[in-house]
Design a protein around this ligand. Sequence first.
Ligand code: NAD
Ligand code: UDP
Ligand code: UDP
Length: 336
Amino acid sequence: GTTTKPPPLPSPLRNSKFFQSNMRILVTGGAGFIGSHLVDKLMENEKNEVIVVDNYFTGSKDNLKRWIGHPRFELIRHDVTETLLVEVDQIYHLACPASPIFYKHNPVKTIKTNVIGTLNMLGLAKRVGARILLTSTSEVYGDPLVHPQPESYWGNVNPIGVRSCYDEGKRVAETLMFDYHRQHGIEIRIARIFNTYGPRMNIDDGRVVSNFIAQALRDEPLTVQVPGTQTRSFCYVSDMVDGLIRLMEGEHTGPINIGNPGEFTMLELAETVKELINPAVEIKMVENTPDDPRQRKPDITNAKQLLGWEPKIKLREGLPLMEEDFRLRLGVAKKK
Ligand code: NAD
Ligand code: UDP
Ligand code: UDP
């Protein structure tokens, strides 16, 4: 038989959101480390249109260069502490510096980004009826007295320390998310992200994995901060992005821990980097910074049961992938 096709729409209407079945997704902080990998994954789906807003404080356009000019992609220089007017279906709210040296650089700005930035994104979500996901952090547990940390643990956080702009800022951001949910019926999702690593991390941002890899490649001693027995659990970035998307698409508000439960001391991490990347490099003990949590490991029971998610990439598999990216950016070829 014959099918009758409706006449084509005049082009301004054809381009309007009203006539499209595409999902329009806002990623704040999308020019950063995790954000740009999230954008890559979202752009793989042809039904997604992605809008990134970023003020380029710690992120860069370079991380998104493959998408600039793509018809389903838009990049806006914008600071989330200012009002934002866009029409979207989902918001991944990542904007916030994640590395201590950057978030301590201007602590008042960090608080504003966490509090006013999250308030603005919630106001936007309310106006357009979008679902919003916040990337919170394991730092909300502070220096934890419960190990490993389940989501039900309320944390042990110093409210007036040098890290407070970040960890207390994220705690207020979580509070705002739940108050908008309860008071205005906004659909919310909260991920508590544990230490994440991978390609595109800022080379000199002071975080332990990026420091050790850059030091190993530059033949500089690996700087283990005392006592070296403090632990962290490191999640490869592709696993993290899968977890965030599952959380957004699922039915649970969270908060849900997303991280890799493999736990290492900083000395073990240094030994592993040395063995894999540069066996000749030295390991040097150096001073630590105040309020450094002594141990950290996610309890991911909820992520497994509620999202069907668990990390796939082990530290020993992820480190060489990051090494490759750092070699290219530092211009250090592999020795034959
Ligand atoms: P990142 O610093 O690489 O990315 C953050 C991005 O936000 C950058 O592109 C930066 O320019 C942008 N940004 C900062 N302030 C902004 C503002 N006021 N307005 C607009 N843009 C702004 O960090 P990341 O590692 O990709 O972290 C992303 C998110 O994940 C953050 O919310 C962070 O708190 C959270 N997180 C990360 C880790 C981790 O291990 N990387 C751990 C826990 C939580
Ligand atoms: N907001 C925004 N984009 C919008 C809607 C709101 O940035 O599309 C901001 C707005 O500037 C306000 C915040 O979100 O500061 C909270 O908005 P809400 O409507 O919840 O509160 P109100 O404007 O009533 O204080
Ligand atoms: N650390 C280290 N050497 C470095 C940088 C960090 O030993 O060059 C330690 C630091 O003391 C902390 C751990 O590594 O115990 C993780 O630090 P990072 O800043 O990467 O993340 P966070 O403290 O936010 O978990």
